[in-house]
Design a protein around this ligand. Structure first.
Ligand SMILES: *Cc1c(COP(=O)(O)O)cnc(C)c1O
Length: 233
């Protein structure tokens, strides 16, 4: 099941990328494995999927040791500052950095562990009061402050657009994210300004995200099936 789902998703990524003249290799799939146990994750790994996204630290800490050390882990949930140390020990990339204090702590713990950590700035692109993320107009100053961190690779931006039944509703938010990233890259604010990561698009709207320039798409349901609603926070 997982293997077939993975193949179908990869084929779609390929087709969507080609349809808009993008190199399919410029798009990485992050398999969102929250609330899925390590045996399912292992099936995905054995089918060639090596990047996984997790939302909850405790859950990730229990599962990650059961997967091959070659697997790459992206943290995509809300990260409390007092959990930065644990996140640095477990994850390769933290996609949800949205404040200086958190970036500073990740940097400090990464230095203590002799690690380099990739980060993305989570931007609250829909300006939703209940949602995490730096506001678009504050991204530049935050990036300037983070730039003195020695252990952080500032890879790009991550967004979760407002929920809407029609995936097309995500398009303007993806476009705004790309424009913001181009603007910030022109000011040399990322670690590699020629290759800025854009983490956007989930199961319902990743085809649109690809058309609008996504380089990381985060897919859970379409790969692993629906999550148990009772287990959702
Ligand atoms: C759960 C989650 C996803 C995956 O969502 P699906 O709709 O299951 O593909 C992607 N990104 C974030 C931040 C998530 O929390």
């Amino acid at each position: 099941m997982i293997k077939q789902n993975l193949e179908a998703i990869r084929q779609r990524i390929d087709a969507y990328a080609r349809a808009c003249n993008r190199d399919p290799h410029s798009i990485e799939l992050v398999a969102v494995s929250k609330r899925k146990d390590s045996s399912l994750i292992r099936q995905a790994y054995d089918s060639g999927q090596h990047i996984f996204g997790e939302n909850y630290l405790q859950e990730a800490a229990e599962k990650i040791p059961h997967l091959p050390a070659e697997a790459r882990w992206h943290f995509i949930g809300h990260l409390q500052s007092n959990k930065a140390k644990q996140a640095v020990a477990l994850f390769d990339v933290i996609e949800t950095v949205d404040r200086l204090k958190l970036a500073t702590l990740i940097d400090k713990h990464a230095r203590a562990l002799g690690r380099k950590i990739g980060i993305l700035l989570q931007v609250n692109i829909g300006r939703e009061p209940q949602k995490a993320g730096v506001l678009p107009e504050d991204a530049e100053s935050l990036l300037r402050e983070i730039n003195s961190s020695t252990q952080l690779g500032v890879l790009g931006l991550m967004v979760i657009p407002p929920w809407a039944p029609d995936p097309e509703a995500s398009r303007p938010f993806f476009q705004a994210t790309r424009e913001l990233a181009l603007n910030l890259a022109a000011k040399q604010l990322f670690s590699d300004n020629t290759r800025v990561a854009l983490s956007m698009g989930m199961s319902a709207d990743y085809h649109i995200a690809i058309e609008e320039g996504a380089t990381l798409i985060r897919i859970g349901t379409a790969l692993f099936g629906a999550r148990d609603a009772n287990k959702e926070k």
